[in-house]
Design a protein around this ligand. Sequence first.
Ligand SMILES: [Zn+2]
Length: 255
Amino acid sequence: MTTPRLYDTEAVVLRKTDLGEADSVLTMYTPYLGKIRAVAKGVRRPKSKMGGHVEQLVHSQMLLARSKGLDIVSQSQAIESFLPLRDNLRLTSSALYVVELVDRFTAEGEENYPLFRLLVDTLNWLCRARHGDLILRCFELHLLEYLGYRPELQHCVICRSAIEPGSNYFSPDSGGVLCPRCRGGGLIAHPLSLNALKVLRFLQRNTYAEAERLRVFPEVSLELKLLMRKYIRYLLEREVKSADWLDRLDKEGYP
Ligand SMILES: [Zn+2]
């Protein structure tokens, strides 16, 4: 039996890079094929019919043709364009952060259906955003879980004793919480407030639909952002570019 030349898949466009005069290479995340790359021919020409269906952040139905090099996008029809994400700088930056993390944390061709669902759900939540930061924290925790980096929040990662309310710490290199007795010993440990720990535990167990009603104080929100940033930086061994944009908006007090 020969492999069919054409195949179709849903896909969210994570990244789009120029190729030659008018083509683009799309990096996409799909439900059953994981991350894939394909060429969209002629899409940078003003009259391209495919243009709006293959933009970054668009969720589309794609028909692809196998090719010796990268596969070719043969047809594309947008399922959801997430238009509100394009109207507001903070939402755009948040959505770019989400797709950058999916791109950086995944290798091509590894199926991860829960991660695809999380990606689509997160872009939808951001469109109706009331608490963008909380959506991003919820996204990060579930992303890490689906990729095998679930932070341990119930027991000390060193001595395994149950974490009690009090002065606890988070250790990026051991992937979880340290009790006060196990702090030190050469591990980098960041103080973790009780409120921040409670929010992390809640987000880890629930989707954003349940978390939406949480009230999080601004100082806790900041603590969570910095903590997750450190853990993600440790795992990726690099900075996340789009996080700088979000920081800049925070610094300038952009709503
Ligand atoms: Zn301990």
